[in-house]
Design a protein around this ligand. Structure first.
Ligand code: SF4
Length: 367
């Protein structure tokens, strides 16, 4: 039959240059990629590769590793070679590690121009080495480590200051005919951050790496990132994203993936449509929704499962979904594609939904 029309998005993607981070294309018409950063000591190769494997399994497209010491730099070749996803080395302070990372075969290198003394003098050499190895560079400007000259000029890390820093460094690379650059201008305040990326996006066509830096613990960081990324993605701005959470990196991947899925920028997988519950609820909706979500974790097909607390909106939503339950009177009416297929006692709702979900998922995979 006819291929299904792609789901609607809020804005066309802004056109950016495209570059190749190992096997992953960033910018141009490439899908928006999701990144995270390892929390292990990079020099501990096994622990780092183990965490990268967990991130890969969670759907991470690109992973970044810190490189604060020579031991870490020495570990980069093995990590870059054995990782299943492209590895970006994150370099602060020490230009010599930029060269080490390029030599190590890292898929890209992130540099923080505000943090490397006399960075401007090093650009020529970095551009040469990066060009030779076809290694893209991320210019990662961060409010907390802004170039002191720009801090003095602007008084604080304003959007204009962040953008000026990034564009200045990009222009130095461009002078040496190096353009494989992506840029980030991170701030912990979503308002400043959004404005900075808007300005940056008007001023250049380099691919942009979105991030709210130091966004906080999972709850606050998720909201700050979702709101800020949403405001930018609504304008087609953003080629790769990193959600920063004070939480395990796999959580960052889950949040980043969910942000893209919610805007149809990545195919949706499992979606639980559950009601907030109210005084009409005849079942514990929270527990039911949690148990169904846990039971279906890792589902790879775009299944919408409705979990409704009563029969007011229940049957309607349950009918719109692939599968659903509307509860009432200690029972659950199980709907599949709009039809009640059975009514089960409350204690069998979860197992029945999971069973039916698995059955539907199999038919979807066959297609
Ligand atoms: Fe309340 Fe029923 Fe709506 Fe859930 S489905 S919020 S229980 S009215």
């Amino acid at each position: 039959g006819m291929p299904a029309a792609p789901p609607p998005v809020l804005a066309p993607r802004r056109r950016t240059r495209s570059l190749q981070v190992g096997t992953v294309q960033v910018g141009g018409d490439a899908p928006i990629s999701v990144q995270s950063m390892t929390t292990t000591v990079t020099a501990d190769v096994n622990a780092t590769l183990q965490q990268i494997a967990e991130l890969t399994a969670a759907g991470c497209d690109i992973v970044r590793v810190a490189c604060p010491t020579q031991d870490d730099a020495d570990a980069l070749p093995a990590i870059a070679r054995k990782s299943q996803i492209p590895v970006i080395a994150d370099i602060h302070f020490q230009p010599k590690y930029v060269f080490a990372a390029i030599e190590a075969g890292c898929a890209a290198v992130r540099v923080n121009p505000g943090n490397i003394k006399k960075f401007d003098d090093k650009v020529k050499e970095i551009a040469q080495a990066a060009k030779e190895h076809r290694t893209p560079i991320r210019i990662g400007v961060n409010a907390g480590s802004l170039d002191p000259r720009l801090l003095a000029k602007h008084g604080k890390a304003t959007p204009e200051a962040l953008v000026e820093s990034a564009l200045w460094e990009a222009s130095l690379f461009a002078e040496h005919d190096f353009h494989d650059i992506k840029i980030s201008v991170k701030h912990n305040d979503p308002v400043v951050m959004v404005r900075a990326y808007e300005l940056l996006s008007e001023a250049c066509d380099y691919p942009l790496h979105l991030g709210v830096t130091e966004a906080g613990p999972a709850f606050q960081g998720t909201i700050k990132s979702a709101v800020a990324f949403g405001a930018l993605l609504r304008q087609g701005i953003g080629d790769t994203i990193r959600v920063s959470l004070s939480a395990p990196p796999v959580e960052e991947i889950k949040v980043g993936t969910q942000i893209l899925q919610s805007l149809n920028l990545r195919p949706r997988k499992l979606e639980i449509v559950s009601c907030p519950s109210c005084g009409r609820a005849q079942v514990d909706v929270y527990t039911l929704a949690e148990e169904v979500t846990a039971g279906l974790e890792g589902m790879e097909v775009p299944l919408r499962v409705a979990v409704m607390g009563c029969v007011v909106n229940g049957p309607g939503e349950a009918r719109e979904a692939d599968l659903g339950v509307a509860s009432g009177n200690g029972k659950g009416q199980i709907f599949v594609k709009g039809k009640v297929i059975k009514t089960v006692p409350e204690h069998q709702i979860v197992e029945t939904l999971i069973e039916e979900a698995m059955r539907i998922a199999e038919t979807m995979e066959d297609v």
